[in-house]
Design a protein around this ligand. Structure first.
Ligand code: PPY
Length: 544
């Protein structure tokens, strides 16, 4: 019989985990010992728990599977709360494995170190930001509880919480089963698919809008096939930027309402039917629209339910829905191609001169770089770096486009590198870099070599756009490039377009260490999208 620790590790692996991210502490030390000795899953330790959560989240996003964060009780687990809240908001199935006191300690009558209020406060906090929880305090029920919780993470694509009391690590238990996924009820699925096909068939200018669940459930290719078969154009939401990068023939761009390409905005706002697949109905995705949905002609599939017009089919997984739509349309005569607006044209051909840098120059330089060397997977923080990413070719992009928490970019890029073995490009502003940039010091140990572009305007520039009068948005110049060597990487500060182009080319050639390019941008110089996005959000707030 396996021990609980080995059963848990094997169970995580059988449910698709390929690595762990974590930071040890005494309540989780016995588990870390088993992690190291069994090597069932490799473990990447980082420096501060927020980064552990972000890295596990990004690994989950890139692999369309679960990501795992292992933390100690209290002082460790509470540090990962914000990252898990963000993963919940953006529907990323992060599995939190948290150490906890053993049974004897719980009954000792003493307050325990790392404890906040009661010994179960941690559980109560995580219950709020995860979709299922298990406390592994019973060897008989533990394997079944782990299986249920991991199935919930995969079925709902949301974080889950597993608490492992430290005296349970070596207890013998049965192996963790993999429970079969629960499929849609066939009659409900058939009725729903028929209704949607009929609704789309009546429309003359339908549009498919995709968001993150389409990647979470691994159905990007199926959605592209459906769009081709129906002759319907596809756009991503802001949050869904980076989706369907393999299907440029159907993808028209990213819908950003009043902040975006007017042709894409018109396409969506003039549509007479919308099929919203896996779309989070949030302010950053839709507040920039002047138009409200006409629900009579809208379909929304999210969180295992499908809304068609004014009624809802519960318990209907999106992957089953898309498969059913494909079945129903198989062999249909090819539809008449619709006249479509042009693709968004992303800037190319940077003039490598001595002019100071603007964010758009960074987008232009990266498009040129991708043309020469192929696209790179990206992770971005929130801030103007993410709005600038809207001017970069639609390559894979993990970013907090809805939750919009700072500090995601660097650890997410580390997570992408660790989980995929590919070399990512990290986009981050100086404000967010101050929060988690330090984590780059962990790259050397694991042989990771991301290319990091720090947009350094010595400001919280996005906040300045919201509220220009406030001086607290002025930060000092930390000279991040100079710090890179002591973190085991290479750093270079660039202030002109010529320097940027040269530094990028050298970074691509430099393997084995991280390359930090600190792009100095004058205060107040932002991407076009940022300014339009912020004014759109403000006017949406005023409309309410
Ligand atoms: C996210 O940012 O949450 C996404 O799922 C988008 C995405 C797109 C492509 C690769 C990874 C993540």
């Amino acid at each position: 019989m396996p021990t609980l620790a080995t059963a848990l590790l094997q169970g995580l692996k059988d449910h698709g985990a390929r690595e762990l991210f974590g930071i040890p502490g005494d309540f989780v030390l016995p588990f870390f010992k088993i992690v190291e000795e069994t090597a069932i899953l490799p473990c990447f330790t980082l420096s501060h728990e927020p980064a552990v959560g972000f890295a596990a989240d990004a690994a989950a996003r890139y692999r369309s599977g679960i990501g795992v964060a292992v933390v100690t009780y209290g002082a460790g687990a509470f540090n990962v709360v914000n990252a898990v809240a963000g993963a919940y908001a953006e529907r990323s199935p992060v599995v939190v494995v948290a150490g906890a006191p053993g049974a004897r300690e719980r009954a000792s009558g003493l307050l325990l170190h790392h404890q906040a209020r009661s010994v179960d406060t941690q559980f109560a906090v995580f219950r709020e930001i995860t979709c299922d929880q298990a406390v592994l305090d019973d060897p008989v029920t533990a394997p079944g509880e782990i299986a249920r919780v991991l199935r919930s993470a995969r079925e709902r694509s949301l974080p889950v919480y597993i608490e492992l009391p430290r005296d349970m690590v070596d207890v013998e238990v049965a192996p963790v089963p993999v429970l079969p996924p629960r499929a849609a009820e066939p009659d409900a699925l058939a009725e729903c698919a028929a209704e949607i096909v009929a609704l789309l068939g009546r429309a003359t200018s339908p549009v498919i809008v995709v968001d993150v669940e389409v990647r979470r459930y691994g159905i990007e290719a199926a959605v592209a096939t459906l769009a081709r078969r129906l002759g319907i154009p596809v756009v991503t939401t802001f949050m869904g930027r980076g989706l369907l990068q393999q299907a440029p023939d159907v993808l028209r761009g990213t819908y950003l309402g009043s902040a975006g390409d007017p042709a894409v905005t018109r396409l969506v706002e003039d549509a007479d039917a919308l099929l919203l697949l896996g779309v989070i109905l949030c302010d950053t995705n839709f507040a920039l629209s002047e138009k409200r949905f006409d629900w009579r002609h809208t379909v929304l599939a999210i969180d295992r339910s499908v809304r068609v017009g004014h009624h809802v089919y519960p318990d209907l997984p999106i992957e089953d829905l898309v498969a059913a739509l494909l079945d129903r349309t198989e062999g249909d005569a090819a539809p008449k191609p619709r006249t479509l607006p042009p693709f968004e044209a992303y800037p190319r051909g940077l003039v490598a001169d001595d002019r100071p840098l603007a964010p758009t120059d960074i987008a232009t330089a990266l498009n040129d770089l991708f043309d020469r060397h192929g696209p790179m997977p990206m992770a971005s923080d929130i801030g103007d770096c993410l709005f600038t990413a809207m001017e970069i070719d639609n390559t894979a992009l993990a970013a907090p486009g809805y939750y919009a928490g700072m500090g995601f970019g660097v650890p997410a890029g580390i997570g992408v590198a660790a989980a995929t073995g590919t070399r990512p490009l990290i986009l981050v502003g100086d404000g967010a870099f101050q929060m988690t940039g330090w984590e780059l010091g962990n790259c050397r140990r694991y042989g990771l070599d991301p290319i990091v572009i720090v947009f350094n305007n010595a400001s919280w520039e996005m906040l300045r756009v919201f509220q220009p009068e406030s001086k607290f948005n002025d930060l000092s110049d930390w000279n991040f490039a100079a710090a890179a060597p002591s973190l085991g990487g290479h750093g270079e500060r660039v202030s002109t377009r010529k320097e940027l182009a040269a530094a990028l080319e050298q970074a691509v050639a430099r393997r084995g260490v991280f390359s930090l390019i600190e792009a100095m941008i004058p205060r107040g110089v932002t991407s076009r999208t940022l300014a339009r996005f912020v004014s759109g959000l403000k006017s949406a707030r005023d409309r309410q």
